[in-house]
Design a protein around this ligand. Structure first.
Ligand SMILES: Nc1nc2c(c(=O)[nH]1)N[C@@H](CN(C=O)c1ccc(C(=O)N[C@@H](CCC(=O)O)C(=O)O)cc1)CN2
Length: 295
């Protein structure tokens, strides 16, 4: 293996330590305790794990943590009423509704109910629009923000780099491309209809893979020395670990990619931990903006 491993777990720990210092400062200087409310609907096991981590890490950073669980058959109107209640609650500075929502709910309708200044996920159209015009007041989606931080830590200034984002979802691909553009990269967004995906990836100094297809990008597609950020979290059968066992893999074939890349994030332990660290960071940012505090 030649690539440097970008340790998202260690980086996330540093971000969380910094967040905890900021929380202490907000408390001691202004008597305000930042608060994050997390709402989960249904029993999806992976979502429950992520929400438990969010709740735990919020409290560990010294913030108030509010946690609401609603059954999977909750009417959309009841979830909207809960979000409206949280919008009006002065103890709550950030609101996060865990995705995916059950099929009978419209995610966009629910997200647009969150007031943009408490939208710590950065999914509201107002925040999407602010990011698109490069306005620093945008609340930036946590996964792309974590990816950008790891890229800047690895490469320094990103100006002039050729970046390809594989995947065009609203929560990762599109905001990631926007952030890279705002950092002066030359950005390509590739997707399922891209004519020659290999050629697009091969041309890039930075590859962000966010398609949700296990090990889709092989090392043979990469430019030598490229920096690879793997957003994928895919559970695949692993009979070698025992009957019925699974293992986690990314969207990049790590073994072959690590032979060619200059630096690469692992799965697990790469982008995932940074997502939650950036959520905590966004909650402190939201608290400061709501109270017109400069730290
Ligand atoms: N409202 C939101 N919903 C979802 C988001 C989001 O940012 N906001 N992102 C994902 C899930 N997610 C956070 O919610 C998340 C996913 C993965 C991890 C993580 O740390 N993964 C570990 C592996 C954990 C495992 O074993 O499964 C890793 O990569 O090391 C954190 C957060 C969808 N929903």
């Amino acid at each position: 293996m030649t690539a440097r491993i970008i340790d998202g777990k260690a980086f996330a720990e540093k971000v969380r330590a910094h967040v905890a210092e900021d929380v202490l400062a907000v408390k001691s200087k202004y008597g305000i305790t930042p608060g994050l409310a997390v709402v989960i609907v249904g029993e999806d096991p992976a979502s429950q794990v992520y929400v438990r981590s969010k709740v735990k890490q919020t409290a560990e950073a010294g913030m108030n943590s509010f946690h609401f669980e609603m059954p999977s058959d909750t009417p959309e109107a009841a979830l909207i009423a809960k979000v409206q209640e949280l919008n009006a609650d002065p103890r709550v500075n950030g609101i996060l509704v865990q995705l995916p929502l059950p099929k009978h709910m419209n995610e966009a309708t629910v997200i647009e109910t969150i007031v943009p200044e408490k939208d710590v996920d950065g999914f509201h159209v107002i925040n999407t629009g602010l990011l698109a015009i490069g306005d620093k007041k945008a609340m930036v989606p946590c996964t792309p923000l974590g990816c950008l931080m790891m890229l800047q830590e690895t490469l320094g200034d990103l100006s002039g780099k050729k970046a390809v984002v594989v995947g065009r979802s609203n929560i990762v691909g599109k905001p990631m491309a926007q952030l890279l553009l705002n950092a002066n990269c030359t950005v390509t967004i590739a997707h399922s209809r891209t004519a020659d995906l290999k050629a697009e990836v091969m041309a890039a100094d930075i590859v962000v893979a966010a398609v949700g297809r296990p090990e889709m990008v092989p090392g043979s597609w990469l430019k030598k020395g490229a920096t690879v950020i793997d957003v994928g979290i895919n559970r695949i059968p692993a009979p070698e670990l025992g009957e019925g066992k699974n293992r986690l893999v990314g969207d990049v074939d790590f073994a072959s990619a690590a032979e060619v890349a200059g630096a690469i994030t692992p799965v697990p332990g790469g982008v995932g931990p940074m997502t939650i660290a950036c959520l905590l960071r966004n909650t402190v940012t939201a608290t400061c903006r709501q109270n017109r505090i400069d730290l």
